[in-house]
Write a protein that binds this ligand. Structure first.
Ligand SMILES: Nc1ncnc2c1ncn2[C@@H]1O[C@H](COP(=O)(O)OP(=O)(O)OP(=O)(O)O)[C@@H](O)[C@H]1O
Length: 265
């Protein structure tokens, strides 16, 4: 906790730990480095886009933050809690929407949410109340009793976001959450997550390779072949790349990607 002196009564938000900090993390699969000396931060109450082409290392980074993989180098902290030394404290502050869907299709929407709440030790009546709140915030109050199987792909994604919010996390990780959705569903889900950032003050790390999902107000981290190419406010990333807009910046910062094994003749 920061100490506030009488002549500095206002809380110094800059001194508070960020929602996520990653410092000098490297991760290899055999000889191949999926992440190479990666450092980044997601401030609280901020939407940070992790922009990278296929194979950049986005999912590997998420797997390290969530402790699916063990980080052997550097440090990863959630709200200042080191995921290696204080895993329970770190993971309890974290909500995750993985790239692959992880809902139980044969349970109702409400049952999926209550199961997640039970894993976090939330009592039954508090969980029901919270489930009603989060379903309202993602516009699915009327589907609570439906089996997940009966929902559209976009609605399932909303349920996954609602589930990730059940335990009131301070940091929300989303790994390409709009893959496979139509343009309207994509835009709706990004807008909802931005609203949550504004209303609940959570920090969001949104992994994507879809540039249209990124707004000028976002922080942007460009990851390519396991290395951070640029990060900062939208304008700072354009300046780093010397580009007039984000699509041009993305191309400039990742331009040697295209001709690899997937190259067309
Ligand atoms: N379990 C694994 N074993 C070996 N190599 C892996 C494994 N997981 C990832 N990789 C490699 O690590 C690199 C980064 O992969 P990762 O899945 O983190 O990228 P990504 O940015 O999430 O890509 P995408 O956008 O395609 O999901 C790639 O070269 C990938 O082949």
């Amino acid at each position: 906790m920061p100490i506030h002196f009488a002549d500095h009564p206002a809380p110094d938000l800059a001194a508070e730990p960020p929602a996520l900090s990653v410092e000098r993390v490297t991760h290899a699969f055999g000889p191949r480095k999926a992440l190479d000396d990666v450092s980044l931060a997601v401030p609280r109450g901020n939407f940070t886009a992790l922009l990278g082409p296929n194979g950049a290392g986005k999912t590997t980074l998420f797997s390290l933050v969530t402790r699916l993989y063990h980080n052997r180098s550097g440090a990863i902290r959630v709200l200042g809690h080191d995921v290696r030394r204080q895993p329970a404290a770190a993971l309890s502050r974290l909500g995750v929407v993985f790239q692959a869907r992880t809902l139980d299709l044969d349970l109702s929407v409400m049952q999926n949410l209550l199961y997640h709440a039970a894993l976090h030790g939330i009592g039954r009546s508090a969980a029901k109340q919270r489930a009603a709140e989060v379903l309202e915030s993602v516009g699915l109050s009327d589907r609570a009793r439906d089996k997940v199987r009966q929902l559209s792909g976009g609605q399932m994604r909303r349920v996954e976001i609602a589930r990730a919010l059940m335990h009131r996390p301070d940091l929300l990780l989303l790994d390409e959450p709009t893959v496979g959705l139509d343009i309207a569903s994509r835009a709706g889900i990004v807008a909802e997550v931005r609203r949550l950032v504004a209303s609940e003050g959570i920090g969001v790390l949104w992994a994507t390779h879809i540039i249209e999902e990124i707004a000028p107000t976002d922080r942007v981290v460009v990851l390519h072949k396991g290395r951070i190419q640029a990060q900062g406010a939208h304008a700072e990333v354009l300046a780093t790349a010397g580009a007039p807009d984000l699509p041009a910046a993305f191309l400039a910062l990742t331009h040697d990607t295209a001709p690899q094994s997937e190259a067309h003749p």
